[in-house]
Design a protein around this ligand. Structure first.
Ligand code: WT7
Length: 635
């Protein structure tokens, strides 16, 4: 078991150095020892960031579901693979063993085949956090279909954009979903979306809320009877290492969402290896990541990484506040959770409710706590460490992105000494670089700059679906021969990294990545709006919230501004989803612009953050007078 499980700091440095000096030998050893390949690779790595082109384990053949399921059957067939905890605490949890997972994935895969889905076809999955979500993901992978999971909180417009961008042939959904005390009509959202999606000819519907819903003749079918009739045997499609495994959309600072393409072999190796080390996973642990499988965190660290290690992974359908704010801790106690991985926004929301609800439950099973999605502030870090971890469960603050596929900077628990608000050290094989504005790399410690990565790692996204140029522009053109992350970071005196936040027009709200451009597009659809600009400002619980500056058209009619505010948020909900609603809306007569017509967001951001002491030189603006007007009316 060389290199697979790191146990102390010296070993980390030793393995890290090897992974940098001889990356190909290092990853080859990991890949060889811990996975099931149908055919070994001809070449470990070939890469060229200027094209960009990156290939890992070229020539190798495999199926990721054989690694996540089949190979565990002889040793762990009866072990729980997926532990499903329903929204309603009175509904029993479901323990799906590796044997049962095998049967359910195979049956589902045969249903997909019977509907004409083949290797390379795109299948959109729009499901709540119920077992069918993980199973349909794996069923696609079993037959080589490319899954595109869309988070079930997105609106019908957001869904149809994503379906059309990658030409999905099929949508898998449910009659509805439970979220706390609410039920949501998911199928209705799919029906609306599909009015604009001519390429979809099949919709498979899981039953979750037992509702009566319209089913479109010839297009929609209930899943259950199809699964009941399907064979339990579906041989895994043999995939090449670089065949696409999935597409997952993420927001950019401009334009439509980017369909990040992840491929098979490298993604499997990296997510499995990081899972094992970052969570120090041991055979009988019960691991729980509270993310939704609609995000990359769920893909890599609910489904693929844990299952590739034969782990038990908890899937929670509900929300942290239902039936009360003690739900997370109740689940930890009930299932004896050993690793708990969540987002700072959830920690802040729970901290606000006080410690009584934490202390009510026995959390002594916990060994490792994780944080992901946005910088964790010092206060939240201490609350988590003191009250949940009782000061003996290390917090792994894991920095990574949809594009990176797996965790990039993180402590290794019991190995790396932690430091509040620091993601600490690069993971094995990761070569970060901090760059200054002029494009020079900042060497040494105690420096701050833009975070890049100098060398490929196995799970880097290979392209943007149908738009390789945009992939190159976004990630590989800011700095020569480097992957640019879009984040700023500093390196302290011992080489620990602290992520300081986005340096582009992406805003992280409650851990969700939102681009300003699509939100502004949605606002501008309102008939009374002539122009808008959206920026972020700090928020106690969400990390950032959205502030919109909006110019209304002069129609001569008088309008109730509160109505317009509500309608604008309604518009955003319809186009993107409720997560992108504006917290503050300021109507204004103008927006500060440069002489070339570009909105000066820097100024708007400062005003939204109530930081107007240093707005910089505004005299060169096209319309410097609007700045004072905006300050005077700021919310
Ligand atoms: C952006 C990526 C990776 C899974 C969830 C988000 C921010 C993520 C951290 C962290 C500080 C973080 C970055 C990054 N981010 N984790 N531990 N500390 N910032 O994936 O939606 O692709 O967002 O989230 O700004 O660029 P994503």
């Amino acid at each position: 078991m060389s290199n697979y499980h790191i146990k102390h700091l010296e070993e980390y440095y030793q393995v890290y150095r090897k992974s940098i000096r001889e990356p190909e030998n290092f990853w080859e050893e990991v890949a060889e020892e811990h996975f099931m390949w149908r055919k070994k690779w001809d070449n470990v790595l070939s890469w060229d960031f200027s094209k960009p082109e990156i290939k890992w384990f070229e020539g190798a053949q495999l199926n990721i579901t054989e690694n996540c399921i089949d190979r565990h059957l002889s040793t762990r067939g009866e072990k729980t693979a997926i532990l499903f905890e329903p929204n309603n605490p009175d509904e029993p949890a479901e323990h799906i063993s590796y044997n049962q997972l095998y049967t359910r994935v195979n049956k589902f895969a045969n249903v997909l085949k019977s509907k004409g889905i083949k290797k390379g076809d795109r299948v959109c999955i729009y499901l709540p956090m119920i077992p069918e979500l993980a199973i349909s993901v794996l069923a696609c992978a079993r037959i080589g279909a490319i899954h595109s999971v869309v988070f079930a909180g997105f609106s019908s417009t957001a869904l149809s954009t994503r379906i059309n961008d990658s030409d999905c042939k099929m949508v898998i959904t449910s009659d509805g979903s439970y979220r706390g005390a609410k039920t949501i009509d998911l199928k209705g959202i799919v029906d609306d979306a599909l009015e604009d999606c001519l390429g979809v000819n099949s919709v498979l519907v899981a039953k979750r809320i037992q509702s009566e819903i319209p089913m479109k003749e010839g297009r929609d079918e209930w899943l259950k009877p199809l699964l009941d009739d399907a064979s339990e045997d579906c041989p895994a499609e043999i995939m090449n290492s670089e065949d696409p495994l999935f597409i997952l959309y993420t927001s950019g600072s401009t334009g439509k969402p980017k369909g990040m393409v992840h491929t098979t072999g490298g993604y499997m190796v990296y997510t499995a290896y990081t899972f094992k080390n970052v969570f120090q996973y041991r055979e009988n642990d019960i691991y729980w990541c509270t993310a939704d499988i609609g995000w990359i965190t769920g893909h890599s660290y609910i489904v693929y990484g844990p299952l590739a290690n034969g782990a038990t992974t908890v899937m929670f359908e509900g929300v942290p506040s239902y039936p009360d704010f003690g739900r997370f801790w109740q689940i930890v106690e009930k299932h004896q959770v050993t690793q708990f991985y969540t987002a700072p926004t959830a920690i802040r929301a729970l901290a606000k409710e006080g410690v009584d609800l934490v202390e009510k439950y026995n959390l002594s099973s916990l060994k490792v706590l994780g944080s992901v999605g946005e910088p964790i502030n010092e206060e939240a870090w201490h609350w988590y460490n003191d009250n949940v971890g009782k000061k003996h469960s290390p917090i792994v603050d894991t920095w990574w992105q949809t594009e990176t596929g797996g965790i990039m900077i993180s402590p290794i628990p019991f190995v790396t000494p932690t430091k509040p608000t620091y993601a600490t050290l690069p993971f094995i094989g990761i070569q970060p670089a901090l760059m200054d504005e002029s494009g020079k790399e900042l060497k040494g410690n105690q420096v701050e700059g833009r975070l890049c990565v100098k060398f490929p790692w196995p799970s880097i996204a290979r392209t943007i679906w149908n738009n390789h140029e945009r992939y190159k522009d976004t990630y590989f053109s800011a700095y020569e021969n480097k992957y640019f992350t879009g984040d700023g970071a500093l390196r302290d005196e011992v080489g620990y990294y602290r992520i300081t936040g986005r340096v582009d027009d992406v805003i992280i709200v409650s851990g969700h990545n939102l681009g300003t451009a699509p939100i502004e597009d949605a606002i501008n659809e309102h008939p009374a709006v002539s122009e808008s600009a959206v920026v972020g400002f700090p928020h106690d619980i969400k990390g950032n919230a959205l502030y919109g500056y909006i110019i209304l058209k002069d129609t001569g009619e008088s309008r109730d501004q509160n109505n317009v505010r509500n309608e604008i948020n309604q518009m955003i909900t319809e186009h993107i989803g409720p997560i992108a609603k504006l917290d503050k809306i300021q109507f204004t007569v103008g927006l500060p612009k440069t002489r070339s017509g570009k909105i000066m967001r820097r100024i708007l951001r400062k005003i939204a953050c109530k930081d107007i002491s240093n707005l910089g030189d505004t005299s060169t603006l096209l319309n410097p007078e609007v700045v004072q007007e905006i300050i005077d009316n700021a919310l």
